[in-house]
Design a protein around this ligand. Structure first.
Ligand SMILES: C[S@@+](CC[C@H](N)C(=O)[O-])C[C@H]1O[C@@H](n2cnc3c(N)ncnc32)[C@H](O)[C@@H]1O
Length: 295
């Protein structure tokens, strides 16, 4: 074959391995989504100690016929560092047991539904967000602004506006991530908020970030500017004002405008590195909070 000419077998096998890796990359995301939907992190957490495959099957109320498949799913996720396996001191008569890692510990739900990042996984891996990736080449050949609009005929915020169930899931997912990040941000760099008397979080979702700031700095009057279909769902306002509007029309006056931007590793491949590096903030006219994950 022409394309193999002049190439060593090693080179060819390496090239083919890269292809296969890319072909099956989506299995990592979908296995994670499956684990979250089955409630595996919570089942291991509730068990209070490493859990065997048979105990995990019964904790998840799955048929024993699914044991080999659950074992395979766990093997995938152990390989990705989501779970860990304890081999019971190498005793062949003892079943191996699964435990949480720092990654899956983030997925455990608590009484407060906005902590625990399971809902973020469910929101971002929802078909509404994932399906448009099937339309990337169609988008290149079309006049549509995004693959998302090829798939849905409109933008993401129109979909959240017309689909209350997805709106709720998306907002909860964003809120869980905002709450997680804001607590770390305040712990490590809370001093950026010193001296501010008012702050508006633009596109601030259901107010997770604003609530965390307002509780940590009661002297800062926090408000959230959001689209009307998000503001209409807000139940818990605490000391935060919610303003329904469009940031492209106007932004209410405040000492600081807060805009949270996140570059997780796959997105940082797409966009040029931002000027502001990991947890490093500048206060210009706008308090622009940009996090770049360290990996
Ligand atoms: C990716 S979410 C981020 C939510 C939150 N800031 C966070 O970091 O978790 C973007 C938010 O911007 C809001 N949004 C989008 N377009 C907007 C606009 N034109 N004016 C105000 N808010 C907008 C959306 O409703 C959504 O809640």
């Amino acid at each position: 074959m022409e394309f193999t000419e002049g190439k060593s077998s090693d080179e060819l096998m390496r090239a083919q391995t890269v292809l296969w890796t890319h072909i099956f990359n989506h299995i990592d995301s979908m296995s994670l989504k499956c684990a979250v939907e089955l409630g595996i992190p919570d089942a291991i957490h509730s068990h209070g100690k490493p859990i065997t495959l048979s105990d995990l099957l019964s904790a998840l109320s799955l048929s024993p016929a699914k044991a080999p498949h659950l074992q395979r799913l766990m093997r995938m996720l152990i390989h990705s560092g989501i779970f860990a396996q304890n081999n019971n001191g190498g005793d062949d008569n003892e079943e191996d047991a699964y435990s949480l890692t720092p990654v899956s510990s983030l997925l455990v739900k608590s009484n407060d539904s906005t902590t625990g990042l399971s809902v973020l996984v469910a929101a971002v891996l929802h078909p509404v967000i994932v399906n448009p990736f099937q339309s990337m080449s169609a988008w290149f050949k079309s006049d549509e602004p995004t693959p998302f609009s090829v798939e849905h005929g409109c933008g993401l915020w129109e979909v959240t506006g017309r689909d209350p169930e997805f709106n709720k899931l998306f907002n909860e997912g964003m809120a869980s991530d905002a709450k997680f990040l804001m607590n770390i941000l305040l712990r490590d760099c809370g001093d950026v908020f010193q001296g501010i008397e008012s702050l508006v979080d633009v596109g601030g979702g259901t107010g997770s970030a604003a609530i965390v700031i307002s509780e940590a700095f009661p002297n800062v009057k926090c408000s959230v500017l959001e689209l009307p279909h998000v503001v209409s769902t807000i139940k818990e306002k605490r000391d935060v004002d919610f303003i329904a509007g469009d940031m492209f029309d106007s932004i209410p006056p405040a000492d600081a405008i807060f805009l949270k931007v996140r570059y997780p590793p796959p997105l940082s491949k797409l966009f040029p590195p931002p000027l502001i590096q990991y947890f490093n903030f500048v206060r210009l006219e706008c308090l622009y909070v940009c996090t770049v994950d360290p990996s």
